[in-house]
Ligand binder design. Structure first.
Ligand SMILES: C[S@@+](CC[C@H](N)C(=O)[O-])C[C@H]1O[C@@H](n2cnc3c(N)ncnc32)[C@H](O)[C@@H]1O
Length: 286
């Protein structure tokens, strides 16, 4: 079968499985199998797939048809222009989180440090996307990245090594803050987190693809704020005086998070909207 024929059949198959953007998904999978870029497929339309290529393509198409997220099927996701490995032990990095990284990178220039390194804590690092992107953007940063999931940490370390950033990121298995700073206190210039923030009862209503992502990465407890509450309560112990906390939050959590931060004594609280106009990023100073 030719590339063009396979693409047509693959799109039809994925549509029958209710995969959204079936045509684009078919193209991504075929481009991956043929080792080319998506726009190059058209020029290769008349080429016949080898039996191995055909088997490989249909194996991946069946995974996607079973509503496995495309990033897990392909094994990679781009984040801030960096290709990261992903697998079902980590959340697939989202575009909103790129805005969190950009906000933190901009904060970094406002922190007076002299010649010492910028100390950053990334809580719940998952694939390592936030830490890897920050280490890439900020050559002066030293990062401690924590996660409770051993599977996530193993992949995050791999992603750091993939981009030669492993020497500036220390990965620690920890339940939120425990062990993050070791014996040190008030050591971090910035604490950043994209914590699990979806209310437990809403999880069942998510798309089948999202349900393939780790529940630990999604479930924020009854009101979605459990992890955020713990972070707001515990961050001041790790942050230097005047240090910043930067959080990604759920679409309707802005007012509640502002209140939590005010109660904990944070200053200069700023809620920022994402590209969709949703309050998504919170910055606050200890
Ligand atoms: C929403 S995901 C974010 C992952 C990654 N930082 C990103 O932005 O794509 C939340 C992460 O927090 C981790 N996590 C959940 N509960 C935790 C806890 N109690 N302590 C540390 N990490 C936790 C999960 O394993 C998951 O990797």
């Amino acid at each position: 079968m030719t590339v063009a024929e396979t693409l047509a059949k693959a799109e039809q198959f994925l549509s029958s499985k209710r995969v959204s953007e079936a045509g684009a998904n078919a193209e991504f999978i075929l481009a991956h199998v043929l080792g080319c870029r998506r726009p190059e497929l058209r020029a290769r339309g008349a080429r016949t797939l080898s039996p191995q290529e055909e088997r490989h393509a249909w194996h991946l198409l069946h995974e996607r048809g079973g509503r496995q997220p495309l990033a897990y099927v392909l094994g990679t996701q781009e984040f801030m222009g960096l290709e990261l490995e992903v697998n079902p032990s980590v959340l697939i990095p989202r575009p909103e989180t790129e805005e969190l990284v950009q906000a933190v990178a901009a904060l970094a220039s406002r922190i007076p440090r002299g010649s010492s390194a910028l100390q950053v804590l990334d809580i719940g690092t998952g694939s390592g996307c936030v830490s890897v992107a920050l280490a890439h953007l900020l050559p002066e940063a030293q990062i401690v990245a924590t996660d409770i999931s051993a599977g996530a940490l193993a992949l995050a370390e791999k992603n750091a090594r993939r981009h030669q950033l492993g020497r500036r990121i220390r990965f620690l298995q920890a339940d939120l803050f425990s062990a993050a700073g070791g014996a040190r206190r008030a050591w971090a210039d910035i604490a950043v987190s994209n914590p699990p923030y979806i209310p437990s009862a809403e999880i069942a209503r998510l798309e089948p693809e999202v349900l393939r992502e780790p529940r630990l990465a999604l479930d924020g407890g009854k009101d979605g704020l459990e992890a955020i509450r713990a972070i707001v309560a515990e961050a001041p112990a790790d942050l230097k005086a005047g240090g910043w906390l930067a959080l990604e939050i759920g679409h309707d959590q802005g007012p509640a998070v502002r209140q939590l931060l005010e109660k904990a004594g944070f200053k200069d609280i700023e809620l920022r909207k994402d590209a969709q106009g949703i309050e998504r990023i919170v910055l606050a100073r200890r």
